[in-house]
Design a protein around this ligand. Sequence first.
Ligand code: ZN
Ligand code: ZN
Length: 446
Amino acid sequence: MTIVRIYPPDPTLRRFAGHEPRRSDEAGIESLTSLLCRLALEHCCAPHRLYGALAADNWDKEKATLTKIRSAESQLINSLGDTAKRASEALKNESDISNPAEMTFLCLANLCDKKAKHFLHKIRHWCSQCYLDARHANIPAWDPLYWGPSTTTVCVIHKTILQNTCPACTKVQRHLPKFPFLDFCEYCGADLTSTGELLCEPQQLDERMWFARGALELIKSQTEITLSRENFSSHLRNAINIHGAGKISRFAKMTGIKPCCLRNWQLASSAPTWSNFMDVSHRLNVPPAQISGQSAVFFDPTKFKCNPILQLDKHHRHLPKKKLEEARNAFAQLLNSPIDVWTFRRETIFDILKRFDICYQTFQRNFSDLFEEFSKKRKEAAECRKGLSKAARIERVRSARIELAARNLTPSVRNLKESGMVKVSDVVPPRAKRKAPGSEQLGAGS
Ligand SMILES: [Zn+2]
Ligand SMILES: [Zn+2]
């Protein structure tokens, strides 16, 4: 096991001096996690260690929270909530960076829904060409902040689809990876720039570019414009008054925005989610930085985009009854299919979700009654798989022993390993898990 620690190993962290966030005209500023990775590289430690030392006053006490952020939710460091606030304030105290908050989406705190559900990509998205450009320029790879939102799917410089899986092991990457190199897979070390360009369907490119540019412009203008939901709702009210003759239903029909949403935001009592907000701004064809800013906005109904190709608000979409019925039938069919289908994952829930173009949240909302049966079936399949791998293991060892006997060798662990016919785990028992102090000692393993 490799343990990476802060070097030099003194309890106080060296002050981070002489670092400025990287930024460029085309890609804007980098994200906070990207900066933390570079700091970690310079301090020869793991990014999560550095983040822990930076953000936690008491590492041992807050280990659970930090582990959660590090292991599955590192996108929160770049988001608009408390985690981002805390990280940027800590960095401000510890470094000479004047405004670390501009590497996060804290500027949206007064505009978008604070829960920030489905706001940022949970896993890291990157453009391999941009990483390659950084490498050629001899600087560590960095992630621009605009790659973060779930609405950004293309690189504005190269106009290629952002990637999110390792080309070698197909695993997804975290925003705070295990090692401080963003351009190498944190699990297998493969070069993440080796996939080449992923071109996007031409008819979708314009829309994807619109959303990516919108996010980028919003980030760039955060220091000049105050973004707020009051501005957003007052601009919407104006649009409804001018183009819908003051009638919400009429305006809703015109633009395809849900009337209930318009009503809520108009009262400024509820904040739009990020995808709602981007969806509205795209339909009205006004850059997101303008529609949430304080200066007057001009709406042009001839340029409204009422039928977007990309369905942004997938998570909150209500499905038509017929589609729900069809999906339910497909799930029922999967539930009734023989256990082999489950064991070898010939068809999975995710295949069905993909087929019907519904997201997991919609599945959870509409089919909660099936959960119990699904988990039962999954457990059963896992048992089957266990049985199969046990049988295969016994078979491997058996044939290796026969082979050794034919060569007049004793079937020792070393000889078995050297025969190359068995896996190491077949002959070496798995290491016992370390028990927490004070936990009850269970009987000796079988
Ligand atoms: Zn790029
Ligand atoms: Zn990999």
